[in-house]
Write a protein that binds this ligand. Structure first.
Ligand code: TEU
Ligand code: CA
Length: 570
């Protein structure tokens, strides 16, 4: 569908929306136990309303042993006591809706917790009625059924009783130890068998329960992993392929959950490894699958890098990747736009400068991202330019992925210091330190002992200090970006065209719709830059819609370190 058709066809309500992601355990603690909770979120809704976001994506708050901080769910229709109660959830949802903010839940249905009643029953015996709700296979030639590795180190198959002591005190069921079960992630996260229609029906029933409760959609965790190529489950295959039946499942989900609902809903599928061609099929308006996807190309996971290589920004690579997605989904489908989330390091540390030019870099990155075509996602704390954690010892880390990778690497003979340097750059915990609200103890996150270290720079970097910084406020710049998207059709829907793709430090592109064209230019370096493309009379006379330097540049073609400008060319 062309852009003009999209405009004629009343683009989806979310085509000019901005989403804010909350990782609940690190957002705000209201009862002093050191862990963020629903009461904490509710106390900060004014912050979100001031920012102007339209939707909140809430990472999991369901009952969970917390092996993967809630991405291991033991009851999809209960709130974990760590975060609060179902009544508190309903009150939070009502409060958000009264402020014009929608709520999207995190749907984690590629796998459950091993403590979910479904798995305990499935594992009890080969003849259990729920045996086929999970993926059990005999060993292959004296080893695991195939060579797949878990994303959290080790094989993707477990056999021995897990002895789940030390979690929520539940006793380990009598596990049938003749077979292995598949877990693409932790052993405490067994994969559901989506081939089984009973599994699919149970998931759809749960989704309808949440939508009937009033939530406004779902972010779907590794949703492209739910379809496995059956013959790959035994033998020598080394990587989990995405099965073709994924489209059948998503269209069935759409028909049995979303169709016929007149509420304004939004769905986004997290899809590691997804390509532009795949995404057209997943997000085409006529496909009736998903509204948008999170792709991973620009965050390096698809360049074959190990999770923890120190990916230093290659701007030409980043421009090429984001442009490919802009062009690829220009006529059909829709992009989600993000540079950070709870699984990625802080964007200002990874793609920008978290030292002398932290504020300029944070506002440059936000402007470049938000002026692309798609739905921008703001990760909690990025609206004030929070930085990587700076941990120096493995004991400071909590994330199962980081801790397991470190242990496995040490066992393989790697040097601790080298590993810690990688974690300092790439660990997911970089984004999971508590949100820094003010200069008080624990940055105003908790009156108790925080579950993970608060970044020591919270004395300078916090909401209170940032919002008092006037022209230097990152928060105020984000507010202007969100307001611009809400007010400008060219920002929401305009054509994207990258300029000077090979320039190593200049990020320049236009957005055009009808007779209107914006020119966006950004300097990804610590040095001043001369940008000849600003030397046209049109550019010289163009109104500056948005910039991140208060005072005007000395020369019209000059860009200062980490400077960004949005010009109204015509
Ligand atoms: O993440 C999916 C995923 O691919 C992660 O392994 C991520 O790419 C990697 O950790 C980056 O280093 C989703 C959730 O967002 C993540 O928090 C969960 O741990 C994971 O699925 C399992 O549910
Ligand atoms: Ca708490």
């Amino acid at each position: 569908m062309s852009i003009s058709e999209q405009i004629q066809n009343a683009p989806a309500w979310w085509s000019d929306a901005v989403v804010y992601q909350i990782y609940p355990r690190s957002f705000a603690d209201s009862n002093g136990d050191g862990i963020g909770d629903l009461g904490g979120i509710r106390s900060k809704l004014g912050h979100l309303q001031d920012l102007g976001v339209d939707v909140v994506w809430l990472s999991p708050i369901y009952a969970s042993p917390q092996a993967d901080n809630g991405y291991d769910i033991s009851d999809y229709q209960a709130i974990d006591p760590l975060f609060g109660t179902l009544e508190e959830f309903d009150a939070l949802l009502a409060d958000m809706h009264s402020r014009g903010i929608k709520l999207v839940m995190d749907l984690v249905v590629n796998h459950t917790s091993d403590e979910h009643a479904w798995f305990v029953e499935s594992a009890a015996s080969r003849t259990s009625p729920k045996r086929d709700w999970y993926i059990w296979r005999d060993g292959y030639q004296g080893r695991e059924p195939n060579l797949w590795r878990s994303a959290f180190s080790g094989p993707a198959w477990s056999k021995a009783p897990l002895g789940i002591s030390g979690s929520t005190g539940s006793t380990s069921a009598e596990f049938d130890d003749d077979q292995y079960y598949l877990h693409l992630f932790a052993a405490k996260q067994p994969d559901l068998n989506w081939e089984n229609p009973e599994v699919r029906s149970a998931v759809y029933e749960m989704m309808n329960w949440w939508l009937d409760r009033g939530v406004d959609g779902f972010r779907m965790d590794v949703i492209n992993f739910i379809a496995k190529v059956q013959e790959d489950l035994v033998g020598d295959s080394e990587s989990a392929a995405m099965g073709p039946q994924i489209h059948e499942y998503l269209q069935e989900m759409n028909a049995r959950v979303f169709a016929g609902r007149d509420a304004d809903l939004i769905t986004v599928g997290e899809m590691p490894g997804v390509t532009v061609e795949d995404a057209k099929l997943f997000t085409g308006a006529d496909r009736l699958e998903l509204d948008m996807v999170f792709q991973f190309e620009h965050v390096g996971l698809d360049h074959g890098d190990s999770k923890f290589t120190n990916l230093k920004l290659d701007l030409v690579d980043l421009k090429r990747s984001l442009s490919r997605w802009q062009t690829g989904l220009a006529e059909s489908g829709w992009n989600s736009l993000y540079l950070g989330n709870h699984d990625q390091p802080r964007s200002v540390s990874r793609f920008g400068n978290d030292g002398d030019y932290r504020i300029e870099a944070a506002t440059l990155l936000a402007t470049i991202l938000h002026l692309h075509r798609g739905t921008p996602y703001i990760y909690q704390g990025d609206e004030i330019g929070m930085t990587n954690a700076g941990f120096t010892a493995i004991e400071q880390y909590n994330d199962i992925e980081s801790v397991n990778w470190f242990a496995e690497s040490i066992a393989a003979g790697d040097e601790p210091d080298v590993l810690l340097e990688s974690l300092r750059f790439r660990s997911r915990d970089n984004a999971r330190t508590p949100v820094q609200w003010d200069t008080s103890e624990n940055a105003g996150f908790t009156s108790g002992t925080p579950w993970i270290g608060v970044n020591p720079n919270s004395t300078e970097i916090n909401v209170e200090t940032d919002r008092a910084a006037g022209d230097r406020s990152v928060f105020e710049h984000y507010k202007r970006l969100i307001a611009l998207r809400h007010s400008s059709a060219v920002v929401a829907l305009g054509d994207f065209e990258l300029l000077e793709p090979e320039h190593p430090t200049l990020y320049a592109f236009t957005r055009s719709l009808g007779s209107e064209t914006l020119l966006i230019v950004g300097n990804f370096s610590n040095d001043r830059m001369d940008a000849p493309l600003l030397d046209s009379s049109e550019a010289r006379n163009a109104p500056v819609l948005l910039s991140n330097y208060a005072e005007a540049a000395a020369g019209a073609t000059e860009l200062r370190p980490w400077e960004v400008r949005v010009l109204q060319l015509h």
